[in-house]
Design a protein around this ligand. Sequence first.
Ligand SMILES: *Cc1c(COP(=O)(O)O)cnc(C)c1O
Length: 377
Amino acid sequence: MRRDNSENTPVYVTQPDLPPLEEFTASLKQIWGNKWLTNGGPFHQKFEEAIAEYLGVKYISVFSNGTLALVSALQALRITGEVITTPFSFVATTHSIWWNNIKPVFADIEPGFFNLDPEKVEAAITPQTTAIMPVHVYGNPCDVEKLRKIADTYGLKLIYDAAHAFGVKKNGSSILNFGDLVTLSFHATKVFNTVEGGAIICRDEKMKQRIDFLKNFGYAGETTVIEPGINAKMNELQAAYGLLQLKYVDSYIAKRKTISKKYRVQLEGIKGIRLLQDIEGVEHNYSYFPILIDSQGFGRTRDELNEELKKHNIFARKYFYPLISQFPTYRGLSSAKHENLPIAEKAAKEVLCLPIYPALELDSIDLICSIIREYGV
Ligand SMILES: *Cc1c(COP(=O)(O)O)cnc(C)c1O
């Protein structure tokens, strides 16, 4: 029997995980003692080492947030001209291109997992193209082999926005090791958070040094500024918090996995509802739980279902609607035209991301699933 949740506390699409307060307080005491709050302090140093080890990557530079990591990644590779990217992402992906005075060119996605379609990428290349910026949407890996091949063939750089792909592995190795540069976000809404935060992963020590200069105004020594860098440093409080989060993130992901399984069992086979399957050989992070509502089969539209859930105090999210290509700044671009992006348009119209976070109660999952089951016609 369905219980009514309209009187209960709202259930949102996500809720951050925080480390035990007493552990953070102990770290704060150290910071108070150090009187070193930012500019590459001891916690920053320790966190970079620990997170590189956790993720299985060699070089990482942590940032104050994921957007500045993206902006700086484009700077680090001196990208100009045009960058091919996906319209099916959080708006910061394209904004980072815009902030570098580069023209974003949208290519369509593939219908299976909504990542950039390599064939569409190849078709969008012009003499001005200098890089490709794909996103591992919902943490599902892009076709990294095909994208690498295209990048190599045309002499393009490959910068992955891996904001959703923290800890994701493919055939035992980190997905974050594919690409010239890879960025992460540690925003409060992500699987792993440092309140706000981000990172760039790179492939050699020289590049890491350049990125470290870039995030600190371009300072390469006390009196040497090598280029117009920005201020994107992670501070000591974020780094200390991040160090604690690393101890718990495996348990966070394990709980997400349990929730994802429960959703699957209960939602499998509902007419008009499609779930994204786990991929063989991929270690997922269960960052999102998207479902696709085919209004023909389900008998109701995605928006109708979303409103029905809201009546029960369940707040799912339409990630990613509208498409980035539909925002005023970008919709005038010729690559933003509807006929260029049919798969992305369809996904944006049908997708709904259901609540998923470690503290989500199993009763709430039962409720959400029963609302969906009973609402279809
Ligand atoms: C969250 C997110 C970002 C932005 O990261 P912030 O840390 O919030 O600046 C960029 N790209 C994608 C795909 C994201 O989901």
